[in-house]
Design a binder for this molecule. Structure first.
Ligand code: KG4
Ligand code: ZN
Length: 361
Protein backbone atom coordinates (compact mmCIF):
# COMPACT_ATOMS: atom_id res chain seq x y z
CA UNK A 1 0.00 0.00 0.00
CA UNK A 2 1.27 3.52 -0.81
CA UNK A 3 1.27 6.55 1.50
CA UNK A 4 2.29 10.14 0.96
CA UNK A 5 4.77 11.44 3.56
CA UNK A 6 3.04 12.08 6.89
CA UNK A 7 4.26 13.88 9.98
CA UNK A 8 3.36 12.55 13.41
CA UNK A 9 3.55 14.34 16.75
CA UNK A 10 3.90 11.63 19.42
CA UNK A 11 3.22 12.09 23.15
CA UNK A 12 4.11 9.77 26.03
CA UNK A 13 3.16 10.27 29.70
CA UNK A 14 2.40 6.75 30.95
CA UNK A 15 4.72 6.81 33.96
CA UNK A 16 7.37 9.31 35.04
CA UNK A 17 8.82 10.65 31.79
CA UNK A 18 7.10 13.50 29.95
CA UNK A 19 8.02 12.99 26.31
CA UNK A 20 7.19 14.30 22.85
CA UNK A 21 8.67 13.48 19.45
CA UNK A 22 8.10 14.35 15.81
CA UNK A 23 8.53 11.64 13.17
CA UNK A 24 8.09 11.56 9.42
CA UNK A 25 6.70 8.48 7.73
CA UNK A 26 7.54 8.33 4.06
CA UNK A 27 5.97 6.49 1.22
CA UNK A 28 7.39 3.02 1.01
CA UNK A 29 5.88 -0.08 -0.50
CA UNK A 30 7.01 -2.78 1.92
CA UNK A 31 8.96 -1.48 4.88
CA UNK A 32 8.09 2.02 6.10
CA UNK A 33 10.82 4.64 5.99
CA UNK A 34 10.59 6.49 9.27
CA UNK A 35 12.69 9.52 10.19
CA UNK A 36 12.86 10.87 13.72
CA UNK A 37 12.91 14.65 13.45
CA UNK A 38 13.04 15.27 17.20
CA UNK A 39 12.67 13.46 20.50
CA UNK A 40 12.46 15.23 23.84
CA UNK A 41 12.28 13.45 27.21
CA UNK A 42 11.89 15.30 30.49
CA UNK A 43 12.71 12.88 33.29
CA UNK A 44 11.16 13.15 36.76
CA UNK A 45 13.85 11.07 38.48
CA UNK A 46 14.89 13.84 40.90
CA UNK A 47 11.30 14.45 41.92
CA UNK A 48 10.60 10.81 42.84
CA UNK A 49 14.00 9.81 44.22
CA UNK A 50 13.22 11.12 47.70
CA UNK A 51 10.21 8.76 47.82
CA UNK A 52 12.21 5.79 46.47
CA UNK A 53 9.66 5.19 43.69
CA UNK A 54 7.13 6.88 41.41
CA UNK A 55 4.29 8.68 43.26
CA UNK A 56 1.38 8.83 40.76
CA UNK A 57 -0.06 12.15 41.98
CA UNK A 58 3.39 13.81 41.90
CA UNK A 59 4.05 12.35 38.43
CA UNK A 60 0.75 13.66 37.05
CA UNK A 61 1.37 17.17 38.39
CA UNK A 62 4.83 17.18 36.81
CA UNK A 63 3.36 16.02 33.47
CA UNK A 64 0.88 18.92 33.60
CA UNK A 65 3.77 21.34 34.16
CA UNK A 66 6.06 19.84 31.52
CA UNK A 67 3.83 18.72 28.67
CA UNK A 68 3.56 22.11 26.94
CA UNK A 69 7.27 23.07 26.97
CA UNK A 70 8.31 19.50 26.02
CA UNK A 71 5.89 19.46 23.06
CA UNK A 72 6.92 22.96 22.04
CA UNK A 73 10.59 21.91 22.06
CA UNK A 74 9.88 18.75 20.03
CA UNK A 75 7.99 20.78 17.42
CA UNK A 76 10.55 23.59 17.15
CA UNK A 77 13.55 21.20 17.00
CA UNK A 78 11.81 19.43 14.13
CA UNK A 79 11.05 22.79 12.43
CA UNK A 80 7.34 22.02 12.63
CA UNK A 81 4.28 23.68 14.11
CA UNK A 82 0.89 22.29 15.06
CA UNK A 83 -0.40 23.31 11.65
CA UNK A 84 2.21 21.26 9.76
CA UNK A 85 1.66 17.92 11.50
CA UNK A 86 -0.77 15.31 10.17
CA UNK A 87 -1.47 13.08 13.17
CA UNK A 88 -1.22 13.12 16.96
CA UNK A 89 -0.07 9.80 18.43
CA UNK A 90 -0.48 9.33 22.17
CA UNK A 91 0.10 6.56 24.70
CA UNK A 92 -3.35 5.31 25.68
CA UNK A 93 -2.15 2.71 28.23
CA UNK A 94 -1.07 0.67 30.09
CA UNK A 95 0.39 2.83 32.84
CA UNK A 96 -0.48 5.01 35.81
CA UNK A 97 -3.93 6.45 35.18
CA UNK A 98 -3.22 9.98 36.56
CA UNK A 99 -0.17 10.16 34.27
CA UNK A 100 -1.91 8.70 31.20
CA UNK A 101 -4.85 11.10 31.53
CA UNK A 102 -2.56 14.13 31.19
CA UNK A 103 -1.12 12.95 27.86
CA UNK A 104 -4.40 11.67 26.46
CA UNK A 105 -6.42 14.77 27.39
CA UNK A 106 -3.63 16.98 26.02
CA UNK A 107 -3.70 15.04 22.74
CA UNK A 108 -7.51 15.30 22.59
CA UNK A 109 -7.31 19.05 23.14
CA UNK A 110 -4.72 19.42 20.38
CA UNK A 111 -6.92 17.32 18.12
CA UNK A 112 -9.98 19.46 18.85
CA UNK A 113 -8.00 22.65 18.22
CA UNK A 114 -6.23 21.52 15.04
CA UNK A 115 -8.66 19.02 13.55
CA UNK A 116 -5.84 16.47 13.30
CA UNK A 117 -6.90 12.90 14.16
CA UNK A 118 -5.42 10.79 16.94
CA UNK A 119 -3.53 7.50 16.83
CA UNK A 120 -3.92 5.92 20.30
CA UNK A 121 -0.88 3.73 20.95
CA UNK A 122 -0.36 0.85 23.36
CA UNK A 123 2.78 1.66 25.37
CA UNK A 124 3.97 -1.95 25.01
CA UNK A 125 3.58 -1.72 21.22
CA UNK A 126 5.87 1.32 21.51
CA UNK A 127 8.53 -0.86 23.16
CA UNK A 128 7.83 -3.68 20.65
CA UNK A 129 8.49 -1.43 17.65
CA UNK A 130 11.35 0.53 19.22
CA UNK A 131 14.05 -1.78 17.79
CA UNK A 132 12.91 -0.69 14.32
CA UNK A 133 14.09 2.85 15.11
CA UNK A 134 14.37 5.03 12.07
CA UNK A 135 16.91 7.41 10.62
CA UNK A 136 17.86 10.26 12.92
CA UNK A 137 17.06 13.51 11.25
CA UNK A 138 19.86 15.67 9.95
CA UNK A 139 18.07 18.56 11.65
CA UNK A 140 18.79 16.98 15.01
CA UNK A 141 22.31 15.81 14.30
CA UNK A 142 23.87 16.95 11.03
CA UNK A 143 26.69 14.41 11.32
CA UNK A 144 24.50 11.44 12.18
CA UNK A 145 25.17 8.32 10.27
CA UNK A 146 22.09 6.67 8.90
CA UNK A 147 20.92 3.90 11.14
CA UNK A 148 21.44 0.65 9.21
CA UNK A 149 18.27 -0.76 10.68
CA UNK A 150 16.30 1.71 8.60
CA UNK A 151 17.74 0.20 5.46
CA UNK A 152 16.23 -3.19 5.99
CA UNK A 153 16.04 -4.30 2.39
CA UNK A 154 14.78 -7.81 2.67
CA UNK A 155 12.34 -7.49 5.54
CA UNK A 156 10.92 -10.95 4.97
CA UNK A 157 14.23 -12.41 6.11
CA UNK A 158 13.57 -10.97 9.62
CA UNK A 159 10.39 -12.89 10.36
CA UNK A 160 9.26 -14.79 12.29
CA UNK A 161 10.88 -12.66 15.01
CA UNK A 162 10.87 -13.33 18.74
CA UNK A 163 10.58 -10.14 20.72
CA UNK A 164 11.50 -9.92 24.40
CA UNK A 165 10.04 -6.87 26.15
CA UNK A 166 11.42 -6.17 29.62
CA UNK A 167 10.28 -3.02 31.39
CA UNK A 168 9.46 -1.78 34.87
CA UNK A 169 5.87 -3.00 34.62
CA UNK A 170 6.01 -5.88 32.12
CA UNK A 171 8.04 -8.88 30.98
CA UNK A 172 6.79 -10.48 27.77
CA UNK A 173 7.83 -12.82 25.00
CA UNK A 174 6.04 -11.79 21.81
CA UNK A 175 6.45 -13.78 18.59
CA UNK A 176 5.96 -11.56 15.53
CA UNK A 177 4.82 -13.29 12.35
CA UNK A 178 5.53 -10.06 10.50
CA UNK A 179 5.50 -6.32 11.31
CA UNK A 180 1.71 -6.44 11.81
CA UNK A 181 0.81 -9.77 13.36
CA UNK A 182 1.99 -10.65 16.85
CA UNK A 183 0.64 -12.07 20.10
CA UNK A 184 1.89 -12.37 23.66
CA UNK A 185 3.25 -15.88 24.26
CA UNK A 186 4.26 -15.53 27.90
CA UNK A 187 4.61 -12.93 30.61
CA UNK A 188 5.44 -12.50 34.26
CA UNK A 189 3.12 -14.07 36.80
CA UNK A 190 4.25 -11.63 39.52
CA UNK A 191 6.99 -8.94 39.43
CA UNK A 192 8.32 -7.60 36.12
CA UNK A 193 12.05 -7.87 35.42
CA UNK A 194 12.61 -4.13 35.97
CA UNK A 195 10.59 -4.23 39.17
CA UNK A 196 12.88 -7.01 40.46
CA UNK A 197 15.98 -4.92 39.63
CA UNK A 198 14.41 -1.97 41.47
CA UNK A 199 13.46 -4.06 44.53
CA UNK A 200 16.94 -5.61 44.78
CA UNK A 201 18.38 -2.08 44.60
CA UNK A 202 16.13 -1.10 47.53
CA UNK A 203 17.31 -4.12 49.55
CA UNK A 204 20.87 -2.91 48.93
CA UNK A 205 19.89 0.71 49.72
CA UNK A 206 21.02 1.88 46.29
CA UNK A 207 19.64 5.16 44.91
CA UNK A 208 16.47 5.31 42.81
CA UNK A 209 15.96 4.27 40.02
CA UNK A 210 17.56 0.98 41.01
CA UNK A 211 17.90 -0.93 37.72
CA UNK A 212 20.80 1.08 36.29
CA UNK A 213 22.53 1.09 39.72
CA UNK A 214 22.34 -2.71 40.07
CA UNK A 215 23.55 -3.02 36.48
CA UNK A 216 26.52 -0.71 37.15
CA UNK A 217 27.52 -2.44 40.41
CA UNK A 218 27.24 -5.90 38.83
CA UNK A 219 30.03 -5.00 36.44
CA UNK A 220 32.55 -4.94 39.31
CA UNK A 221 31.03 -7.99 41.08
CA UNK A 222 32.52 -11.48 41.09
CA UNK A 223 30.49 -14.62 40.42
CA UNK A 224 30.93 -16.15 43.92
CA UNK A 225 27.53 -17.84 44.37
CA UNK A 226 24.28 -18.43 42.47
CA UNK A 227 20.66 -17.51 42.97
CA UNK A 228 17.81 -19.75 41.72
CA UNK A 229 16.52 -19.45 38.12
CA UNK A 230 12.73 -19.29 38.68
CA UNK A 231 10.59 -21.04 36.03
CA UNK A 232 13.58 -21.59 33.74
CA UNK A 233 12.45 -25.16 33.04
CA UNK A 234 8.69 -24.59 33.07
CA UNK A 235 6.91 -25.77 29.95
CA UNK A 236 5.32 -22.36 29.29
CA UNK A 237 6.91 -18.98 28.49
CA UNK A 238 5.89 -17.23 31.69
CA UNK A 239 8.31 -15.67 34.15
CA UNK A 240 8.42 -15.15 37.91
CA UNK A 241 10.84 -12.72 39.52
CA UNK A 242 9.39 -12.19 42.97
CA UNK A 243 10.97 -15.42 44.32
CA UNK A 244 14.34 -14.30 43.02
CA UNK A 245 14.02 -11.04 44.93
CA UNK A 246 13.11 -13.02 48.08
CA UNK A 247 16.17 -15.25 47.55
CA UNK A 248 18.30 -12.08 47.55
CA UNK A 249 16.56 -10.91 50.74
CA UNK A 250 17.30 -14.19 52.57
CA UNK A 251 20.87 -14.33 51.28
CA UNK A 252 21.48 -10.83 52.61
CA UNK A 253 19.94 -11.77 55.96
CA UNK A 254 22.18 -14.85 56.25
CA UNK A 255 25.33 -13.29 54.76
CA UNK A 256 25.17 -9.62 55.78
CA UNK A 257 28.80 -8.93 54.91
CA UNK A 258 28.56 -9.97 51.24
CA UNK A 259 29.73 -7.29 48.85
CA UNK A 260 26.74 -5.55 47.18
CA UNK A 261 28.58 -5.84 43.84
CA UNK A 262 28.67 -9.66 44.18
CA UNK A 263 24.95 -9.73 45.08
CA UNK A 264 24.18 -7.61 42.01
CA UNK A 265 26.32 -9.86 39.81
CA UNK A 266 24.57 -13.05 40.99
CA UNK A 267 21.10 -11.50 40.78
CA UNK A 268 21.71 -10.08 37.30
CA UNK A 269 23.18 -13.40 36.09
CA UNK A 270 20.06 -15.25 37.26
CA UNK A 271 17.61 -12.76 35.68
CA UNK A 272 19.56 -12.65 32.41
CA UNK A 273 19.85 -16.45 32.27
CA UNK A 274 16.08 -16.96 32.66
CA UNK A 275 15.22 -14.22 30.14
CA UNK A 276 17.70 -15.38 27.50
CA UNK A 277 17.02 -19.11 27.93
CA UNK A 278 13.27 -18.72 27.47
CA UNK A 279 13.69 -16.32 24.55
CA UNK A 280 15.99 -18.78 22.75
CA UNK A 281 13.57 -21.62 23.46
CA UNK A 282 10.82 -19.61 21.76
CA UNK A 283 13.20 -19.00 18.84
CA UNK A 284 13.48 -22.77 18.34
CA UNK A 285 9.77 -23.43 18.68
CA UNK A 286 8.81 -20.71 16.19
CA UNK A 287 11.78 -21.29 13.87
CA UNK A 288 12.48 -17.56 14.23
CA UNK A 289 14.95 -15.77 12.00
CA UNK A 290 15.60 -12.87 14.34
CA UNK A 291 15.32 -11.67 17.94
CA UNK A 292 14.51 -8.23 19.26
CA UNK A 293 14.93 -6.83 22.76
CA UNK A 294 13.23 -3.72 24.17
CA UNK A 295 11.99 -1.95 27.31
CA UNK A 296 13.93 -0.22 30.09
CA UNK A 297 15.80 -3.39 31.16
CA UNK A 298 17.04 -3.74 27.55
CA UNK A 299 19.49 -1.00 28.57
CA UNK A 300 21.20 -3.67 30.72
CA UNK A 301 24.57 -4.49 29.24
CA UNK A 302 24.69 -8.13 30.42
CA UNK A 303 21.29 -8.91 28.90
CA UNK A 304 22.15 -7.20 25.60
CA UNK A 305 25.41 -9.14 25.45
CA UNK A 306 23.90 -12.52 26.34
CA UNK A 307 21.20 -12.30 23.67
CA UNK A 308 23.67 -10.95 21.11
CA UNK A 309 26.05 -13.89 21.67
CA UNK A 310 23.18 -16.40 21.58
CA UNK A 311 21.96 -14.91 18.30
CA UNK A 312 25.46 -14.95 16.79
CA UNK A 313 25.82 -18.65 17.68
CA UNK A 314 22.49 -19.44 16.06
CA UNK A 315 23.12 -17.12 13.07
CA UNK A 316 20.10 -14.97 13.88
CA UNK A 317 19.72 -11.24 13.40
CA UNK A 318 19.50 -9.34 16.68
CA UNK A 319 17.78 -5.98 17.09
CA UNK A 320 18.10 -3.83 20.16
CA UNK A 321 17.51 -0.08 20.26
CA UNK A 322 19.98 2.52 21.46
CA UNK A 323 19.78 2.86 25.24
CA UNK A 324 17.81 6.11 25.12
CA UNK A 325 15.15 4.33 23.08
CA UNK A 326 14.93 1.49 25.65
CA UNK A 327 13.63 3.55 28.58
CA UNK A 328 10.36 5.42 28.11
CA UNK A 329 10.27 8.01 25.32
CA UNK A 330 7.85 9.35 22.71
CA UNK A 331 9.94 8.34 19.69
CA UNK A 332 8.88 4.71 20.19
CA UNK A 333 5.23 5.81 20.39
CA UNK A 334 5.72 7.58 17.03
CA UNK A 335 7.37 4.44 15.63
CA UNK A 336 4.47 2.21 16.70
CA UNK A 337 2.01 4.77 15.28
CA UNK A 338 3.95 4.79 11.99
CA UNK A 339 3.71 1.01 11.74
CA UNK A 340 -0.01 1.18 12.61
CA UNK A 341 -0.55 3.62 9.72
CA UNK A 342 1.60 1.54 7.41
CA UNK A 343 -0.49 -1.50 8.36
CA UNK A 344 -3.73 0.30 7.45
CA UNK A 345 -4.88 1.81 10.78
CA UNK A 346 -7.42 4.65 10.41
CA UNK A 347 -6.69 7.49 12.91
CA UNK A 348 -9.62 8.48 15.14
CA UNK A 349 -11.50 11.60 16.15
CA UNK A 350 -10.77 12.88 19.68
CA UNK A 351 -14.28 11.98 20.85
CA UNK A 352 -13.62 8.25 21.21
CA UNK A 353 -10.09 8.25 22.63
CA UNK A 354 -9.75 7.45 26.37
CA UNK A 355 -6.83 6.54 28.63
CA UNK A 356 -6.88 2.88 29.70
CA UNK A 357 -4.48 1.93 32.48
CA UNK A 358 -4.99 -1.83 31.93
CA UNK A 359 -4.76 -1.88 28.15
CA UNK A 360 -3.32 -5.21 27.00
CA UNK A 361 -1.11 -5.88 24.01
O1 KG4 B 1 10.46 0.83 29.95
P1 KG4 B 1 10.71 1.62 31.16
O2 KG4 B 1 11.45 2.93 31.04
O3 KG4 B 1 9.38 1.95 31.92
C1 KG4 B 1 8.30 1.09 31.94
O4 KG4 B 1 7.56 1.01 30.94
O5 KG4 B 1 8.18 0.40 32.99
O6 KG4 B 1 11.48 0.66 32.17
C2 KG4 B 1 11.93 1.11 33.41
C3 KG4 B 1 12.62 -0.05 34.12
C4 KG4 B 1 12.94 0.27 35.57
O7 KG4 B 1 12.55 -0.83 36.36
C5 KG4 B 1 14.45 0.44 35.56
O8 KG4 B 1 15.06 0.12 36.78
C6 KG4 B 1 14.85 -0.54 34.47
O9 KG4 B 1 13.88 -0.35 33.47
N1 KG4 B 1 16.20 -0.29 33.93
C7 KG4 B 1 17.21 -1.17 34.02
C8 KG4 B 1 18.34 -0.55 33.42
N2 KG4 B 1 17.96 0.69 32.99
C9 KG4 B 1 16.64 0.82 33.31
N3 KG4 B 1 17.27 -2.41 34.53
C10 KG4 B 1 18.44 -3.06 34.46
N4 KG4 B 1 19.56 -2.54 33.91
C11 KG4 B 1 19.55 -1.29 33.39
N5 KG4 B 1 20.67 -0.79 32.86
ZN1 ZN C 1 7.94 1.52 29.20
Amino acid sequence: MKFAAKTILAIETSCDETAAAVLRLEDNTQWPKITTLSSVVKSQIKLHSKFGGVVPEVAARAHVKNILPVTQKALSTAHHTLSTIDYIAVTQGPGLIPSLIVGVEFARTLSLATGRPIIPVNHMAGHLYSPFGGVKSKIQNPNAEQNPKSQISNYKSLFPMISLIVSGGHTMIVPMKDAKNYKVLGQTVDDAAGEAFDKVAKLLKLPYPGGPEVSKLAESGKPQFEFPRPMISSKNYDFSFSGLKTAVLYYLRDHPNTSPADICKAFEASAVDVLATKTMRAVKQFKAKSVSLSGGVAANRALRQELKVNCQKSRLKFFVPDKNLCTDNAEMIGLAASFMLHNGYKPRGYQTVRADSNLSL
